[in-house]
Design a binder for this molecule. Sequence first.
Ligand code: HEM
Length: 522
Amino acid sequence: MHLLETLFSLPPLLYAPLLVGSLCLVFNYLVYSRRVAQWRKSNIPFLTPSFLIGHKYFWGVGRNSATVVPLDRIYQENKDKDLVAFFVTTMPVVLLRKPALIKQVFAKNFNEAFETGCAVDDESTPHLLSQSPNKSLWKAHRNALSPMFATTRLSGEGFAKIRSHIAHMSAHVEEKRLQGKPISTKEVAMNFVQDIISNTFLALNDNSYEKKGELRKFLESFTEPGWNNLLKVFAQLYLRGISKLEPLQIVTTKHIESMRSLLQKQMEQRNQSGGNENDLIDLLIRLKEQDQDRKSDSEMDVTNEMISLGLSLLLGGNLGAAVVDNMMSFTMHLLSLYPEYQERIRQEVEEVMKKHNTTEFTYEVVRDLQFLNQCLRETARLYPNTSALSRVCTEDFTPAGTDYNFKKGERIVVDPYSIHRDPEYFENPDVFNPDRFSPKNRDSKSIDAFLGFGKGPRKCPGNNVGLLIASTLIGSLVQKYEVRPHSHTKQMDAYDFHPRSFAIVHKDDVLVDLMPREVLAH
Ligand code: HEM
């Protein structure tokens, strides 16, 4: 009583913050103690939280990589455990450490741990596939988009489009080289993948090497690392209450309206030209035709469902198509440090072209570049793009063969970076060794431990499209040039990642020098 009297005798400007601060501490204590008691009862080992800050390692956010370094330290320090729970500020999470348990929860218990933790509240709100509010809607959208994930769509005429982008990219790098400048892998890769995606999904004929295309600008607003995007993802994952505010939304009203007008323009054009490109625009027009009520409607009005499909395809699960450029940039970095693997790619390109009786890149050539595909998968192992795969329990369950009781609402995370560098699953894990992905070397242990494209029914559906685009870029560059390091002469690790990104992206652009092979031959 005496304490309260003293407090209220202070000027309001002084006691109000003290009062609010004290209430926060009480609330914080209650949150921590309730969850800790639950973990204890559920047999889930946990790390005792520090007041207000949860786990101390997350205080490095903004200095080191946003999540890779803290998660890796927790992973390393709890080697004896299958799983370990802790708090990120006031957000409780359970980190699954063992691939067998991850497979169990992500695949076998999919029905009980279906959500990714950033679902929208309302079915009609335009959203990404990863934000689906319920399983039936997620399934319907994933099925509707499935023809877009088939790589055969990019054979024949589809690959003719890709060849025009190889020509744009080649002209760009040759111009830079003749000016004596290094090549920005970020720029080359980003323009390449985003122009191909614009062209093959949306029939936009961009050449971003000359002028940034419409889609390129749109996608950049989602993927550019920085405080703004970091805060948005953080709010979606950990501050569910305030994440409903418009500036904290991942998909803002402005994005929705840009997507609506882009789709509308392309659908109207297609309706007039009557062409059949087997792309997203045709898919949306078919969807509209199937809708009996709107059959007679000649206007190409774009529904929220169409916007959701467009966003999901272009941005994927974790701001997706953009991950392909990241993968290509890291591959160029690694290959610049391992010239012997560049030579093997060159030999493979020559042999496969000979087999298909051609001197240029075709769908069949790229499809058959097995060793190059291994190099890309090995890149995804060392630099897995997603710092944390996440699921939220939608029901209580106990994974088979364990006595861990997961409660509805529990957030589960998986840290691909640490598992991919664990010698228990990958021998000499820090070494870039594409042969570990050869069919003869792959074993069930490493197959289970590889999480570069996720796990279970929510696994990346676009991985083969992404790998095809990446193989085309890397194959055509390495065939013509020797790639040499310019900015990064040492293999990057977690401390080289961008501190303000949840994705694993390098903080400084990777620059390389290109030496034409015919010059080297003389
Ligand atoms: C080759 C580079 C790519 C990598 C490394 C990659 C990685 C991933 C990862 C890690 C996930 C999360 C999976 C999980 O939570 O279990 C994911 C989901 C997803 N990706 Fe990809 N991705 C790539 C390319 C693409 C492309 C090119 C597309 C689209 C054409 C795409 C579309 C998606 C979609 C739609 C999801 C959400 C799946 C769902 O929630 O059901 N991805 N991707």
